[in-house]
Design a protein around this ligand. Sequence first.
Ligand SMILES: NC(=O)C1=CN([C@@H]2O[C@H](COP(=O)(O)OP(=O)(O)OC[C@H]3O[C@@H](n4cnc5c(N)ncnc54)[C@H](OP(=O)(O)O)[C@@H]3O)[C@@H](O)[C@H]2O)C=CC1
Ligand SMILES: Nc1nc(O)c(N)c(N[C@@H]2O[C@H](COP(=O)(O)O)[C@@H](O)[C@H]2O)n1
Length: 630
Amino acid sequence: MAEDGRVDDVDATAGDTTTTAAADNNTTTADNDTTSPAADALGSGSPPQDDQIEQDATQADVQDNSAQIPVPTRNIRDLFNPPRNIAGIRQRLFDVAEKIELRKDEFDLYWPYVDNVWVRQHRAGSDKTGLYKTDYYACRLQRPTYTPKPVDKPRADGTPTRKKQIREGGKCHMKLKVIRYEGGYQSVTINQLGDKTQHLHDLDHMDRIKRTTVLMEIARSEVMSGYMPASVYTVMSEDEARLAASGGRHLNRNDVRNASQVWRQQHKDPLRVHEGYKYDHGNGIVRQDGALPLVQRVVNAEIVDPTLAYYAGLPPNTLRFPEELRPFLDPYLPRHDLTFTEDGLPHVTLTYATSLDSSLSLAPGIQTVLSGPHSKAMTHYLRSKHDAILVGVRTALADDPALNCRLEGVGGYGGLGWEGQPRPIIIDPGARWLLTPQTRVIRTVSEGKGRGPWIVIAPGFAMDPNRIEMLKYYGGQYTGLTDFDKRWRLRWEAILRALAAEGIRSVMIEGGGMVINELLRPEHSNLVSSVVVTVAPTYLGQGGVTVSPPPKLDAARRPQPALRFKDVRWQSFGEDAVMCGRIPHVETPAGVPPPSMTPVTMAPPLRPVSFFNSSVDAQNGFQPRVPPSS
Ligand SMILES: NC(=O)C1=CN([C@@H]2O[C@H](COP(=O)(O)OP(=O)(O)OC[C@H]3O[C@@H](n4cnc5c(N)ncnc54)[C@H](OP(=O)(O)O)[C@@H]3O)[C@@H](O)[C@H]2O)C=CC1
Ligand SMILES: Nc1nc(O)c(N)c(N[C@@H]2O[C@H](COP(=O)(O)O)[C@@H](O)[C@H]2O)n1
């Protein structure tokens, strides 16, 4: 040991003698991306053939002394404080059991944790808009097995070649198609490709035969900070659970050495052990008596306030809705084991916040906060349980809403990609809502915290194609419907049926007044599956936007309650009361058949609108406005 605690970079660990042992097929850049320009130029969408799979560049990487040493972007703190649920995310990115859509920053963060599994093949290139780029990946075990040549001749300078090992391969045929979108938001969509839907081995097997870029980078970064590989190995492996979560169950001392070998060849200064550790002859690097493990010190230092740890790394406006309050709502939520209702329509939850005088807002066009923090979190829990949120255009114009879900655990708020984020739907027959990149719902999309809105319009007028393109760029679309009721409004059943045709299984209808009042009318009673109303302890006073269905008279023309809910439950949330209920099926007055018995003009599936001129209208199947038949 040198003065000042530094130790010469010798193998300080008992029983570990192979300082230049086989590199265990590891590489510091596990992606091995050597994309062929020809393939790029071709830009074809076809996956490469098996023999095009790139070979592992490991040996060359490790042996080339002149190689540029990339500056590590990770360090030991990334091992001790890994991304939330990294073990679960690794497993999902290994299985890819169903399509996974990630934000680009998530892909960049997580992929180096599974690049011991997936090897990029030649890139297929981009589509004609340049917004979509496709790559193909194959399981590392698809490559042929490598058997070393019987005789390894020494290099020209007389140094022996590294002992190469048999590299396992030729076993698994799992493949992926990875599509990157770089438009108004950035996403990476990962799909299985081909007919092999499962690996023929587990993730632990891959962790055994190959280390991830993350682990190698952490190891290299610690050595580049001046620590002996043996000391780095000791501190990395002290917390087995954390190491295993990041894929390092099988990490060994040679990995740490190999990760830093090229750098070490250029930097011969003596290295030191970590503070609180010592070299103990025969035992290698061990902790000094009474010293806390480094992992503990790092974790303690990073958690300033344990009560804040829960929200660490989440956007500041993230909401939390306690588990114990959820069962109250669950019976009224969509059942995802049933795809659609018996009528083939989405589950509809009507939900809004009202004052004691049944107002939604102080005046038309004025956004009014009624829900307190607890019921607001409840509303976001509801949002997380629906495929879509729907509002009328006057709400969009008045509130400039985000229409996303800000609940902890949902995509953008600690969850993966866009999981749990509902699709905003705006009923805007006259396309009055002029969206710009500054509109909140669009800003929310660009921040990766919500989905692009679908705007339902009633065609029949010209529309600037730039508006259509702009919305598409942000993942939204204009969609046209031509099915009107006798009041010249879009028929609700047609709207819902069209949403169902687009795969929307549940929709939370939030308002405003006109939309809610419409849906509380007797003829719509069979369209609404449940109702969740927040009542705030406030009178807004006269002149507001109120919820009050049309009056009802009995046969003798005496006034009757317009509507009383059934299956009612109440619960207080902070200062607010929340009522859940269902609308009893109401027989519609004679002469007006209930919608399910109306010969329904099947709404055309929602489709992106191109141009609203007559020729394209005709192409899209749009009819000119004609009085509805009723
Ligand atoms: N407290 C709460 O929970 C909520 C409060 N609000 C508040 O409510 C107010 C807005 O409510 P309100 O003014 O009643 O307006 P709405 O938000 O209900 O929007 C009504 C408009 O949407 C279009 N529309 C709705 N349904 C149809 C249909 N079936 N067919 C064709 N067009 C349709 C029409 O647009 P067009 O006029 O172009 O024909 C209509 O005028 C805002 O102040 C907002 O802040 C909103 C939501 C929730
Ligand atoms: N639940 C509830 N309570 C209130 O007090 C409200 N004002 C509303 N309004 C609805 O929520 C939308 C706002 O959504 P973002 O928070 O911007 O995502 C607004 O447009 C109404 O639909 N809701």
